[in-house]
Design a protein. Structure first.
Lengths: 187, 140
């Protein structure tokens, strides 16, 4: 009888522990795109966006593209073409780049906000000034996806290409490739 | 006996596959003149210091006047490893320049490989830097 009571008690305690564990949340904060953020071969993860933007900004800032222009250079973000299988927001790449360029003092970004543009145009009109200055440089790019699989191994490579154009000439071009591999489970 | 032979053979194959190490060649008398940085290191993880040993730090300025730091890392282990690194920048008043936020980059380094990691300061106000290194913390 004692054995039965012990077994029932143990089962009840285990069930309670299992249920309380199942009902609770083990969510915790991690650094966005940081060393502990999740990565997968299914999509461009936040760590990939950060790494690509960081590499492209570093390359852009150490090039001589901006050197012959008086600082800050007025730039405008043009189109970043998405040639991947995913629906993505390319501002995750371009915004980080323009933030870095603005902070560096090398370039300022021309606003694309309708209200900001209309206000600036109105103020210039009232002061009898001309139209808003055109951007001296434009940024454009492409994101390309390539998938490969051998047996249970899968690999995806994302190529982030970017160019900086002035007077119709690409004064700087670079690309960052990020590849991820994964071995799929048998089950 | 057959089992032991099979296990030994498998171990040898695995070792041969996993222990491939990198050979390099370069000019005996380099023509480049690096501006080396005197560095101060805080090593709390000895294993990581073998995976990404800091062989040297040098600096330069970009054409637009921004500080650029390059760090040479050497994998002193006998296997390819992943590690994470992050550059932080500090202004003349000792305040961290936190915009854009520092980015952790994951990188792979082969056995015996010497690899450069570099970064350009995000602001002309940056005068100092700190490189943080972390082992592979993604265990899945």
């Amino acid at each position: 009888m004692k054995k039965l009571i012990c077994a029932v008690s143990a089962a009840a305690v285990s069930a309670a522990a299992f249920l309380s564990g199942g009902c609770g949340s083990n969510a915790e904060y991690v650094e966005a795109g940081g060393s502990r953020s999740l990565i997968s071969t299914d999509k461009i993860n936040m760590a990939d966006w950060n790494a690509a933007a960081d590499a492209l900004v570093n390359s852009m800032l150490q090039s001589a593209a901006f050197a012959k222009y008086p600082k800050p250079v007025l730039i405008q973000v043009s189109q970043v073409v998405n040639r991947t299988s995913q629906r993505i927001d390319t501002e995750l790449l371009t915004k980080r780049i323009t933030i870095a360029l603005n902070n560096s003092g090398v370039a300022v970004t021309k606003s694309t906000d309708k209200t900001a543009t209309e206000t600036a145009e109105y103020n210039r009109f009232m002061k009898n000034q001309g139209t808003l200055p055109a951007a001296q440089m434009t940024i454009s790019g492409r994101i390309i996806e390539d998938r490969e699989s051998v047996g249970r191994d899968r690999e995806v490579t994302y190529t982030f290409q970017m160019d900086l154009n002035a007077d119709g000439v690409a004064v700087w071009e670079d690309q960052k490739q990020i590849a991820k591999q994964e071995t799929k489970s048998v089950f | 006996m057959k089992k032991i032979t099979a296990i030994l053979a498998a171990t040898a194959i695995l070792c041969a596959w996993g222990c491939s190490s990198m050979n390099t060649v370069e000019r005996a008398n380099p023509q480049s003149a690096k501006k080396m940085v005197d560095d101060k290191r805080v090593i709390t993880d000895g294993n990581l210091d073998d995976i990404a040993f800091i062989a040297g730090v040098n600096e330069t300025r970009t054409p637009t006047g921004l500080l650029k730091i390059q760090v040479e890392l050497v994998n002193r282990t006998e296997a390819v490893r992943n590690f994470n690194y992050c550059f932080e920048w500090v202004d003349a008043q000792g305040m961290q320049i936190a915009s854009p936020a520092p980015v952790w980059i994951t990188s792979a380094i082969d056995a015996g490989e010497s690899k450069y990691v570099s970064a350009v300061a995000p602001s002309p106000n940056a005068v100092d830097f700190r490189l943080k290194l972390l082992g592979n913390v993604r265990h899945y």
